[in-house]
Design a protein around this ligand. Structure first.
Ligand code: SF4
Length: 308
């Protein structure tokens, strides 16, 4: 059976529909970061389900977690402690539900709640429905959805026009008759928390409903051409390892670029691109990311390393 487009992959579907329409099987990857992220996400779920007071402390949770090996325990524990400080300081304990699943029909625009704590079991969804799970939801004063992000690329996500965020917001709006929904991406790192918030209004939600209907129609129509780009890796395409059209990994380009600048000093964009055998347009988004992070500076087409 062809996979459905889930909310968590709407951002990828905006760029490329080949993962849903080609016959290449999806890879089942289990990275260390995914294991850490999954173990972390379970903690807020436990806390919220218990009304704010978990039945065990974070250290005991980490030590008892069956998937967390000893070397990963400090990292998971630091993430949990960073979350605990932020949550206790900033949030009321009232009105929260964790891991709430919804189904949304992109053709009819109808949505419904499937339940909480389903552990991503979407067997209750009907054919044609998109499925999704909200990390946390609060309905006590309008609707607020929170998505916790961990991992090295977490800060690449922005709440404004976020594919997953808008889909979650649309589902909750349609299911409960709301005109506007707030969405927060909470980046959880061992060094602390950053929050990015957006409020999607009725106009944006209607627009997104049109977008999802269009995506759904194109998937139903069958075979769609691959559209390679940095999203192949940054949005975790499930067939990137087998797709013949996959773009080069931007994180490899990033590492190679910094290494070249470290050993050779300021160079032109063209020179860096030719040295690592990629096209200039493939290097551009990586350079933009490096500039945004103050790792390189660019002036008149010459790239130099700013921070080592
Ligand atoms: S690797 Fe890139 S081009 Fe290929 S299917 Fe995935 S997103 Fe599309």
């Amino acid at each position: 059976m062809r996979s459905r487009v889930t909310a968590s992959r709407v951002s990828l579907a905006r760029h490329c529909l080949a993962p849903w329409t080609s016959h290449i099987p999806w890879a089942k990857t289990a990275s260390t970061q995914a294991t850490v992220g999954t173990a972390f996400h379970k903690w807020p779920e436990i806390v919220i389900a218990a009304g704010g007071h978990a039945p065990l402390n974070p250290s005991a949770y980490v030590e008892q977690h069956p998937d967390i090996t000893e070397d990963l325990r400090p990292q998971v524990l630091r993430l949990i402690l960073a979350w605990e400080i932020h949550w206790r300081a900033c949030r009321s304990l009232v009105g929260w539900s964790a891991e709430v699943a919804y189904a949304y029909d992109p053709q009819t625009g109808e949505a419904r709640e499937l339940g909480a704590g389903l552990q991503r079991d979407y067997s209750g969804a009907k054919a044609g429905e998109m499925t999704m799970t909200m990390d946390a939801r609060n309905m006590s004063d309008g609707a607020l959805i929170i998505d916790w992000k961990t991992g090295k690329q977490a800060n690449a996500d922005r709440a404004k026009d976020h594919g997953q965020g808008k889909t979650l917001a649309l589902a909750i709006a349609r299911a409960h008759g709301l005109d506007a929904v707030a969405f927060e991406i909470v980046h959880v790192a061992t060094t602390g928390i950053t929050v990015d918030r957006a409020l999607y209004d009725a106009f944006e939600l209607d627009d997104h409903a049109d977008e999802l209907r269009d995506i759904d129609c194109r998937v139903r129509a069958g075979q769609q051409d691959p559209n390679p780009g940095t999203h192949c890796h940054t949005l975790w395409c499930p067939i990137v390892a087998s797709c013949p059209a996959a773009a080069p990994n931007p994180w490899d380009i990033r590492r190679d670029t910094l290494e070249i600048l470290r050993t050779s000093g300021p160079l032109s964009v063209r020179h860096i691109a030719s040295t690592i055998s990629i096209r200039e347009e493939q290097l551009s988004p990586v350079l933009a990311d490096l500039v945004a992070n103050h790792e390189v500076g660019i002036e008149k087409g010459i790239v130099r390393r700013v921070r080592s």
